[in-house]
Ligand binder design. Sequence first.
Ligand SMILES: Nc1ncnc2c1ncn2[C@@H]1O[C@H](COP(=O)(O)OP(=O)(O)OP(=O)(O)O)[C@@H](O)[C@H]1O
Ligand code: SF4
Ligand SMILES: [Mg+2]
Length: 416
Amino acid sequence: MVLEVRDLAKSYPVRQGVVLKRTTGHVQAVDGVSLALRRGRTLGLVGESGSGKSTLARVLVGIEKPTRGQVLVDGEDVSTMSRGARRELRRNVQMVFQDPYTSLNPRMSVGDIVAEPFRIHRDAVPRGGRRRAVAELLELVGLDPDHVHRYPHQFSGGQRQRIGIARALAVKPRVLVCDEPVSALDVSVQGQVINLLEDLQDELGLSYLFIAHDLAVVQHIADEVAVMYLGRVVEEGDGPAVYGDAHHPYTRALLSAVPVPDPTARPAEGELLLEGDPPSPADPPSGCRFHTRCWLARRLAEEHGVAGDGPEAVPERCRTEDPVLVPLGRRGDGRDGGGDDEGAHVAACHFAREAATLGAHPGPTAQASPGPGTPPGPDPDPDADPDPDADPDPDADPDPDLEPVPDRPVLESRER
Ligand SMILES: Nc1ncnc2c1ncn2[C@@H]1O[C@H](COP(=O)(O)OP(=O)(O)OP(=O)(O)O)[C@@H](O)[C@H]1O
Ligand code: SF4
Ligand SMILES: [Mg+2]
């Protein structure tokens, strides 16, 4: 494992009061997450807004310290190392941020932005070789090295994200933690950035933790997928297992919102709706954290003659007993290393088997179409990104012919 977290938790104090701020509680942003990223592979991390994905990312790259649990790089616990060794290990884990419009300093030239990590990791590239290293990095991510003196506003969104990727690669990391790297980009450009990341992975042997709030986005790139809800992983497995045989009602609802080519192929139940917003992680629901929004729990209660919106309309077990991740099956792709738990498809639901059969989704065997919000497949039109050689116009839309990213929240209600 190149990167691993064990029982990781991160909480933030909730403070109230104007003058004397008192701590009145804690937001459990991440609460007991264990994940492992294998060398050269991509782990997709998916969940609604507020599920703790970015918090986990910040802890992984060392921007924040965990409240509990361990981060291991190449099997070594980061917290027990000397400062120097920790810095060297941290060099290996770099981050690509969500919004290329805000994550690049507008007052710095592209050359300075890409060279910034050299200030922290001085021995990554000898001082005399930095200029050449920056030019090579720009070329590597498909930008013109002659544009090294330009400023971020002179580039399109896709190009800016390429700059962010070049910066992350500057100190030759082995792992990139990509926190929603394409969410702020135009749909067509999303595909190009994903393709670039895939090419870089092949070329440089990188491992990725790829965060998204939409299962459709990670489908093309992730070997394994972990689904988060309110600070916890509720399901994890390899791509085919999660997309084709999801067991957790939350995963099934997320999948149900992924566009499919033929909506009539959906089962009679139609789309599995998730009602309302997630509860506050400062006060998570008792028992199963998902029980206040769980379609399966309501359906099971209905089968026992209990209906309605009240708390009693879910099985008692869901309200009182916190489900743990349990194995459902093994990976069948023959690529497993053979470790004890390696390869397990796991889900945290008392009624996971019922969830897998009720409200079944066609899964990946029904070729997912590039529907609204879905990034295009592996070969998008390379000309869609604005020509880096063209004179940049800061106000110009990168490509007016491209459809804007549709505002398609994964959990929106839809007509059946
Ligand atoms: N510095 C902080 N102080 C207090 N609460 C925080 C802090 N950072 C995150 N949180 C809270 O922790 C929870 C998880 O936030 P986080 O940003 O990790 O979620 P996310 O899954 O990345 O969401 P999004 O999809 O919106 O980016 C949220 O309830 C958020 O308000
Ligand atoms: S344990 Fe109950 S509430 Fe939780 S996901 Fe399963 S059925 Fe739904
Ligand atoms: Mg986030």
